[in-house]
Design a protein around this ligand. Structure first.
Ligand code: PLP
Length: 411
């Protein structure tokens, strides 16, 4: 069985045999240009030689030791050298685990309980964090899953992304009891929205003044939007940064990096556990991935190819008269069909997802694998000809959808 969201991907769950560079081959032998990249981690493309060699070299030397090994400090030093504000690093396995330990650190260090997050931001599937991701039919933000503890709601306030005044007011409430503010510094999970100018700086200031821990969830943006992630791209320094996905090129590794005084409390009674935390196999993968991402042209190429893909998709949509918006930040592109000039989370929520689902099915049948919801990830393995091929496929797929049914509702 395919799991969770993957089982719900249109037209039906897909089963792949292998991946090479930017392409996947399914069990029936069809190949696809891959813009899903494992939902983001596969930043070097599939089967990257340096990454494969590093992991293969580690495997016969042991999978996990339940004790320290030299790759832990070595890769931590690399993270510290790249990520703004990183003085210490804690290793975890997944982004969902790492956001929880970030919250625990913030609570331990401030003695406060609650946190602020923003509507549409995703910080993993845990009971504590899966709140305020999508509004209900009445536009209210609440729990994200059946079976979740209703208590989660008591610990969180959901604010509108970009609204600094609301955050300031909340943090100045004397009984607000806020330990932390969490955000995706680029709202990748809901429209690939860059932060409004000055917003991240404003969060840094108000958190500093009120003694609140600012957590950048860079699970998507880390090592992707720049060497040092979104914090480097926008020139700001959070207190804590959560990393996952790209950091190990497809292997399950996550991290919390940040201020020494916040992370050092794990030596004085704050529990950060996990059998597989920082095992040598995933850290060998991380060392190789971060080395590959050090090549001088990587982030310039991401920017240029991201722009080329976004421009290509935009031109096709405009040429077909389909109301749409295409956003791009670095190697992440977002297609919002059915909404012209989309600039906000609310606009993103107006996108015609049924139309887009039909579009990705038509793309799949022509050899392009893209995420439902409109986000596209580029890897270092995608070339200029791959982008050109993709834009042609997108154009043919759009024609097919428009021939078969009505255009998307326009906003
Ligand atoms: C911004 C963000 N934070 C946290 C997570 C959770 O990470 P994981 O799926 O590794 O648990 C995700 C996953 O997509 C994410 O996009």
């Amino acid at each position: 069985m395919s799991t969770g969201l993957r089982a719900a991907m249109p037209p039906h769950p897909l089963f792949f045999r292998e991946g090479r560079g930017p392409r996947l081959t399914d069990v029936d032998g069809h190949t696809y240009l891959d813009y899903v990249l494992g939902w983001g981690p596969v930043i070097l493309g599939h089967g990257h030689p340096g990454l494969s060699t590093a992991v293969a070299a580690q495997l016969p030397r042991g999978a996990t030791f339940g004790a320290g090994h030299l790759l832990e400090p070595e890769v931590a030093e690399t993270v510290i050298a790249r990520v703004p504000g990183a003085e210490r690093v804690l290793w975890s396995n997944t982004g969902s685990e790492a956001t929880q330990i970030a919250l625990r650190l913030a609570r331990a260090c401030t003695g406060r309980r609650r946190f602020i997050k923003f509507g549409g931001h995703y910080h993993g599937w845990s009971d504590a964090m899966l709140v305020g991701y999508r509004p209900d039919a009445e536009g209210r933000f609440g729990l994200g899953s059946r079976g979740q503890s209703t208590q989660a709601m008591e610990d969180v306030t959901v604010a509108p992304w970009g609204d600094l005044e609301t955050v300031r007011e909340l943090l100045r409430e004397t009984d607000g009891d806020y330990a932390a503010v969490f955000c995706e510094p680029v709202l990748c999970n809901s429209g690939v929205l860059a932060p409004p100018p000055g917003f991240l700086e404003g969060l840094v200031d108000v958190c500093r003044v009120t003694g609140t821990v600012l957590v950048f969830d860079e699970v998507i943006t880390g090592f992707r939007m720049a060497h040092g992630g979104a914090a480097q791209r926008y020139g700001v320094e959070p207190d804590l940064t959560v990393l996952a996905k790209a950091v190990a090129g497809g292997f399950p590794l996550a991290a919390v990096a940040g201020r020494a005084d916040l992370l050092d409390v794990t030596t004085t009674g704050v529990v950060h556990a996990g059998t597989y935390n920082g095992n040598p196999v995933v850290l060998a993968a991380a060392a190789a991935t971060l080395t590959a991402l050090d090549a001088p042209e990587v982030y310039d190429d991401f920017e240029r190819r991201g722009r080329d893909l976004a421009d290509g998709l935009r031109a096709v949509l405009t040429g077909s008269g389909v109301p749409a918006t295409v956003h791009q930040v670095g190697p992440v592109v977002q297609c919002i069909v059915g909404v012209r000039d989309s600039t906000s989370f609310d606009d993103f929520m107006q996108a015609d997802q049924d139309f887009y689902d039909r579009l990705i099915v038509e793309m799949l049948s022509r050899g392009v694998f893209a995420l439902p919801g409109g986000r596209w990830y580029l890897s270092t393995a995608h070339s200029d000809p791959d982008i050109n091929e993709t834009v042609e496929v997108f154009s043919d797929a759009l024609d097919a959808v428009l021939e078969a049914g009505p255009p998307p509702g326009g906003h």
